[in-house]
Design a protein around this ligand. Structure first.
Ligand code: GDG
Length: 479
């Protein structure tokens, strides 16, 4: 690549920054988005991140915090009041939009004032971006908390290059249309030049919502509207596989795995890792494990350990507090039923483990159970595959995770069918080595390819946007 080529500046906007201020200190977080963006070529792209830094930072400290985050992390913090944060994030985003995006209208909640907080926060983000964005910059907006933002930016700066990526599914328009602000939300997204989804199914649903709610007739992937032209695209997110490979090659890994073997007394490990979220299907998975254990003889039962790493999530939202209680009592019941002098079947960690431990767990587990009821992509499935460098394990994967559209060689299950999941678990634990190897190798090739395509895809988002902008300009010229 020529050193003379001009870098594209990407302003990456997400509700949360990849750093959090806690107890006056800056903590780096390592979500899937952070990891995926680590692979972007720094010679071609300059990345600046805008978002909420967490916590309620007193006004007299905001300037100092901004300076530190800017100079040391390339981040611009957007400070939100506790009241706006609550109405926007816990209220409208996670109480009303998230359940509908995940086909769960039964979990839908709506309170007066939440919509106004959502609008105010989106506007605050728009003002902050407009203060820093140059005409040649690309603004890349992430996820359902910021659906109004592309429209607000477009109105203020008609020529700005804007991308929007949805990390969740987009449901059938029959479900999405339950939202009281459905039209404003869809119209807001159309402010972007390019709107990306994990799968073609989500794209198709969004397209139908545009037709039904706005009465527009998209031309395949292009939507012409009074704000210009929006192109829809499928850009599945990948993982930063080299980071996992580097970690697995670290000598510390063997010590960690040895430690797990000692701690769990050489038992066969079956792993679950996720945020404690009702979309992830934990209760249904526990039902399947119960069935599996009931049909397994006592001596064999004692040789298997189920490890649940469940990261606390959105604990200020009622449905999540209820879920935590339900999961804890289901695990208590299961352990009460099957614990013997030498084993209790489920080891529950309500917290997170560090990256080195996570990799060692992935590598040690004979089976990973990734059985969400619905999930945009699910990176855990891809990460588990990336870590099967020694004796290959088996992935049991929900057909309702976006990842199932790429990891065909997993044991694909319907997470609502406890019997089928229990059967798949048995098949996975006693699968012959040659079959495990063949299935895992196919998926490992795919995950490697996805990383390449995804990182290239993300890097090419800027050029993709440039193409869309040219199309939109032609559209404006043609009237
Ligand atoms: C949303 C969409 C979509 C989890 N526990 C620990 C830990 N993690 C890391 C995993 C993984 C990430 O968190 C979770 O990503 P997922 O994709 O599985 O799920 P969501 O958080 O719901 O993400 C989802 C994603 O956005 C990206 O577009 O795939 O569908 O819902 O990277 O490794 N990391 C560490 N310790 C833990 O205990 N270190």
């Amino acid at each position: 690549m020529s050193g003379l080529m001009r870098k594209t500046s990407i302003i990456n906007v997400s509700n949360r920054l990849p750093v959090t201020i806690r107890d006056g200190k800056v903590h780096k977080s390592s979500g899937g988005l952070v990891a995926a963006l680590e692979g972007i070529d720094p010679n071609r792209f300059a990345l600046r991140w805008l978002g909420w830094p967490g916590g309620d930072i007193p006004q007299d400290r905001q300037e100092a915090v901004s300076r530190t985050l800017d100079q040391e992390f390339g981040c611009t913090p957007i400070f939100l009041s506790a009241e706006d944060m609550s109405g926007h994030y816990e209220g409208l985003s996670n109480g009303s939009i998230w359940p509908l995006l995940h086909y769960m209208p039964g979990k839908f909640q709506y309170q007066p004032g939440w919509w106004e907080a959502y609008e105010r926060v989106n506007q605050q983000f728009a003002d902050a971006i407009l203060g820093v964005a140059g005409d040649d910059d690309v603004v890349w907006v992430h996820d359902y908390q910021l659906m109004l933002l592309p429209g607000m930016l477009r109105q203020a700066r008609p020529n700005l290059r804007i991308g929007f990526f949805l990390h969740t599914p987009f449901p059938s328009q029959e479900v999405f249309r339950c939202h009281p602000n459905r039209t404003e939300l869809v119209r807001g997204v159309l402010g972007a030049n390019l709107v990306g989804f994990h799968t073609f199914g989500y794209l198709r649903h969004f397209r139908s919502a545009v037709m039904r709610l706005l009465g527009l007739e998209p031309e395949f992937l292009d939507i012409r509207h009074d704000g210009g032209l929006t192109r829809l695209g499928v850009h599945p997110i990948g993982i930063n596989a080299p980071a996992f490979e580097r970690q697995l090659a670290d000598p510390q890994q063997e010590q960690l795995r040895e430690k797990f073997r000692d701690t769990f007394d050489g038992k066969r490990l079956v792993l679950s890792v996720e945020r404690l979220d009702y979309s992830k299907g934990l209760l249904q998975r526990l039902d399947a494990i119960d069935l599996f254990l009931a049909e397994t003889d006592a001596a064999t039962r004692d040789t298997i350990k189920f490890i649940f790493v469940s990261v606390p999530s959105r604990e200020n939202v009622g449905a999540y507090r209820v879920l935590r209680e339900d999961v804890e009592s289901a695990i208590g019941r299961l352990n009460g039923k099957y614990t013997t002098l030498v084993n209790s079947p489920v080891h529950f960690i309500h917290g997170s483990v560090d990256f080195a431990q996570l990799c060692a767990l992935y590598a040690s587990a004979e089976v990973a159970m990734v059985t969400p009821l619905v999930d945009g992509m699910n990176l855990v499935a891809k990460e588990y595959v990336a870590c099967q460098t020694q004796s290959p394990g088996v992935l049991v994967l929900s057909e309702f995770a976006g990842a199932a559209q790429e990891l065909f060689s997993a044991l694909i299950v319907n997470p609502y069918d406890a019997k089928a999941v229990a059967r798949a678990l048995r098949e996975a634990l006693w699968m012959p080595h040659a079959e495990r190897e063949a299935r895992m190798n196919a998926m490992r090739r795919r995950v490697g390819a996805i990383v390449h395509r995804c990182l290239a895809g993300m890097s090419d988002f800027g050029s993709g946007l440039a193409g869309c902008v040219r199309g939109a300009e032609a559209h404006r010229r043609d009237g």
